[in-house]
Design a protein around this ligand. Structure first.
Ligand code: FEO
Ligand code: CA
Ligand code: CA
Ligand code: CA
Length: 624
C-alpha cells in the first residue's frame, strides 16, 4: 500500500508426483527464461496496442481488441460452492475459506507442459492489507473505532496472507476449478509458518507461545513477492509495523523498534494488539521480530507449511524476484519500501538443481545478503551483510548472523548503503539481463534520505526507474553499472522534470509512482502504478531497447481509487493477470460510500479488490 495511505490511515484512525516434474519443468522454463530468452530476437518487440486514454471513472479500461474478465473478488469463496460473500458476517472461520482483501502480488504456477502450461495453473495471490472503514459497514469516523472487537480483528487477520486457487482457460475465458485439491488460504490469523535460516531459534525470535523461536502463527501485510525457479511463491511481509500496539516504555529493544517504525500507537490499522495478545508489545515484546520476512510457499503441495526465510533479511519487504545466475546460483532482488531505505540482493551458496526439485527447497537458507551503494560515477557496489565483517561486530551490538538479519536495516546503515526513494518492484529483463528498479516516489526527503545521483529529484513526487547493468549478465558480481532509465511525470510540465530518454510520451502514456513491474518474453517492461498523479492508476508498457526505449504507453486504466499490482503473464504471454487493489478509496470514502462500486457496480454494495484476466479477443500475444 502507498505510504500516503498509511499515514492517512493512522491519522484518521496430486497424485502429486506425476505432474510435479512436468509443472516444475514449465515453471523453471519460465523463470530461467533469462538464459533461454537471450535467444529471442529483439526485432518484433514493438508494442502495437492502441493506448487507453487517461482519466478517471468507476470502470476499468483495456485497449480495443482486448477483453478482461473478473476472475475472483474479495470475499468470493475459494471453492465456488463455498459460503458466499457476506461482509456483515463476522465469522473469521468463513473468511478463511474466502479470497482475502487487498490483493497484490500474483504468481502463476503452471499445471502441465507445453501449451497446457498457459491454460491451466495455480494462482498465488497476496493479500496485503485491510482496513475497518472499508471492510465493515458503520466505521466511518474515529469515534466509531472504539466499537471494534476481537471479531473484527480476527476477520481482518483472516483476510490477509495468501490465497492459492486453481484456474483454467476455456473458450478464451479463465475460471476457477471447483473442488481443487490445491486451493488454500494462508492467513495472518492462525496458519502455522516455520522459521528457517540463520535467525531460527535466536533468543530474539522466542516468545511465550513459541519458546523455540521456530514457528509463527501466520503471515500478514503480504505485499509483492516472486516466483522461484523451482516453482514456489515468495510472499513479502511489508507494512507489518503498524499492527503491534502497546506501551514501548519498558521494551527490551527500543532501538530496534524505532528503526522499524514500530510505535505501539493505536490506529485504524493498528488495533489488533488490543485483542490479540501476541500482537501486543507488552504481552509479547519480541513477536514483532518475527515479521518483516520473506515467506516461501509451495503451491504444489497444499500440506506444506509456509516458511519464513530469514537469510533474505528483515525489513519492509516489497518484492523478491529471482533469477538463475549464469553460474547456476539463484539471485533474489529485494527492496525495502520506505523513504530512504535500501535495495538488497541475495545470492545463494549452492546452485539450483535443474531436475531434483527437493534439493532446491532450502536453497534460500544459505547465501549472502548484500545491500547496494550507488556512486556518482555510475557504479553500484554490493556490500555483504555478514556478521564479523567490517562494523557488523559485537562492538556494534551484533552477536551473530541472526542479529545482523533481525536488524538488517541497522546493519545496512553501518555499511553506508545508499538511501533510495522507496524501492518497490525490481525485476531482471530476460533478454538483456539488466535489472530494473521501480522507485515509487519520495515526498519526505530529509537528513536520513538526502539527494544522491541515483535519486536526483528533491521532491520526487512521480518516482523514477533505474537500470542496473550486471557485467556480462553476472548477477553475482560485486559491482554493476547503473543509469537512470526514466524519470516519471508529465513531460510537458517544467516542474515535473520528467525524462523518457527523449521519447515523445503522450498525455495518456506518462507514468507516475511506479510500483510493481514485470517483463514479457520479448524484454518489454510493464509497469503498474500506485498513486498516479495525473488521474487513475494504470499499467504502462515500454520497450527497453531501440528508438522507442523508455517510451511508456498506457495499456490499462484502473477504476477510481484503485492501485494496480501483480502484473503476471502466462508463459506464452497470451494472458495477463492483474490485481486491482482498493477500488473505491478516496478522501471521505468508506464501505458504504466508496468512490466507485467496482467491479459489481450495484447501487449499494462495497467496492471489492479483484483479480482480472486480460486476453486478446483473438487469443494472440499481449502487446504484439
Ligand atoms: Fe505494498 Fe510497497 O507496496
Ligand atoms: Ca498496495
Ligand atoms: Ca506502492
Ligand atoms: Ca507495492
Amino acid at each position: 500500500m502507498g505510504q500516503d495511505h498509511l499515514t492517512d490511515l493512522i491519522e484518521r484512525r496430486l497424485d502429486r508426483r506425476s505432474f510435479l516434474a512436468g509443472s516444475l519443468g514449465a515453471t523453471a522454463g519460465l523463470m530461467m527464461g533469462g538464459r533461454r530468452g537471450l535467444a529471442i530476437k529483439r526485432q518484433g518487440a514493438a508494442l502495437k496496442f492502441v493506448e487507453v486514454p487517461g482519466g478517471r471513472d468507476g470502470h476499468h479500461h483495456v485497449p480495443t481488441g482486448y477483453k478482461s474478465d473478473v476472475l475472483i473478488r474479495w470475499g468470493d469463496p475459494l471453492d465456488p460452492t463455498g459460503p458466499a460473500f457476506s461482509p456483515t458476517n463476522l465469522s473469521a472461520a468463513i473468511r478463511k475459506t474466502q479470497f482475502g482483501d487487498y490483493n497484490d502480488f500474483i504468481g502463476y504456477f503452471p499445471l502441465g507442459h507445453g501449451e497446457v502450461a498457459s491454460r491451466h495453473g495455480l494462482l498465488c495471490v497476496n493479500h496485503e492489507f485491510s482496513r475497518p472503514d472499508y471492510m465493515f459497514p458503520g466505521f466511518t469516523t474515529r469515534k466509531d473505532l472504539v466499537r471494534l472487537t476481537k471479531s473484527h480483528a480476527a476477520c481482518e487477520l483472516a483476510s490477509q496472507g495468501v490465497s492459492v486457487i486453481e484456474v483454467e482457460l476455456k473458450d478464451n475465458t479463465w475460471g476457477r476449478v471447483p473442488k481443487s485439491r490445491f486451493a488454500r488460504r494462508i492467513t495472518g490469523l492462525d496458519t502455522p509458518v516455520d522459521i528457517s535460516g540463520p535467525a531460527t531459534g535466536s533468543p530474539r525470535m522466542r516468545t511465550g507461545y513459541d519458546p523455540t523461536g521456530r514457528r509463527v502463527l501466520g503471515t500478514f501485510a503480504n505485499c509483492a513477492g516472486g516466483m522461484t525457479p523451482w516453482g514456489t511463491l515468495l510472499s513479502c511481509e511489508e507494512n507489518f509495523q503498524v499492527y503491534f500496539v502497546g506501551s514501548t516504555k519498558d521494551h527490551p529493544e527500543p532501538e530496534n523498534l524505532a528503526r522499524y517504525e514500530v510505535t505501539g500507537r493505536l490506529g485504524a490499522a493498528g488495533y489488533w494488539g488490543m485483542f490479540i495478545d501476541r500482537l501486543n508489545l507488552v504481552r509479547e515484546p519480541l513477536e514483532f521480530n518475527r515479521y518483516g520476512w520473506v515467506v516461501e510457499v509451495d503451491p504444489y503441495d497444499p500440506t506444506a507449511r509456509p516458511i519464513k526465510r530469514t537469510a533474505l533479511g528483515r525489513f519492509r519487504h516489497e518484492g523478491a524476484s529471482s533469477v538463475v545466475n549464469r553460474d547456476g546460483r539463484v539471485v533474489v532482488y529485494l527492496g525495502d519500501d520506505a523513504p530512504g531505505e535500501y535495495l538488497y540482493r541475495f545470492v545463494s551458496a549452492h546452485t539450483v538443481h535443474p531436475v531434483d526439485r527437493k534439493r532446491n527447497l532450502h536453497l534460500l537458507d544459505e547465501g549472502v545478503l548484500s545491500v547496494a551503494r550507488f556512486d556518482d560515477e555510475g557504479t553500484l557496489r554490493w556490500m555483504p551483510l555478514v556478521f564479523g565483517s567490517g562494523p557488523l561486530n559485537e562492538k556494534n551490538g551484533f552477536k551473530s548472523q541472526a542479529d545482523v538479519l533481525i536488524e538488517t536495516r541497522r546493519a545496512a546503515d553501518l555499511l553506508g548503503a545508499t538511501s533510495m526513494d522507496r524501492p518497490e518492484g525490481v525485476e531482471a529483463n530476460p533478454v538483456s539481463q539488466r535489472v530494473f528498479v521501480m522507485l515509487t516516489n519520495n515526498v519526505g526527503r530529509g537528513k536520513t534520505n538526502p539527494l544522491n545521483a541515483a535519486n536526483p529529484r528533491t521532491n520526487n513526487i512521480h518516482g523514477h526507474v533505474l537500470e542496473l547493468i550486471p557485467p556480462g549478465g553476472n548477477h553475482a558480481a560485486e559491482s554493476y553499472k547503473w543509469d537512470i532509465f526514466l524519470r516519471g511525470g508529465d513531460p510537458k510540465s517544467k516542474t515535473d522534470d520528467a525524462d523518457y530518454q527523449g521519447s515523445l510520451v503522450t498525455d495518456n502514456g506518462w507514468i507516475s509512482c511506479p510500483d510493481n513491474c514485470t517483463f514479457d518474453r520479448r524484454g518489454r517492461l510493464w509497469i503498474a502504478t500506485d498513486g498516479h498523479r495525473g488521474g487513475a492508476d494504470g499499467l504502462f508498457a515500454c520497450e527497453t531497447s531501440g528508438p522507442r526505449r523508455a517510451l511508456t504507453r498506457r495499456f490499462f486504466r484502473a477504476p477510481a481509487g484503485a492501485e494496480v499490482c501483480g502484473p503476471r503473464f502466462t508463459p506464452d504471454n497470451t494472458t495477463l493477470f492483474l490485481s486491482i487493489q482498493h477500488p473505491g478509496m478516496g478522501p471521505g470514502a468508506h464501505f458504504s460510500q466508496p468512490t466507485c462500486r467496482w467491479p459489481d457496480q450495484g447501487s449499494d454494495g462495497p467496492a471489492r479488490s479483484a483479480v482480472l484476466a486480460i486476453r486478446r479477443e483473438d487469443g494472440g500475444v499481449i502487446g504484439d
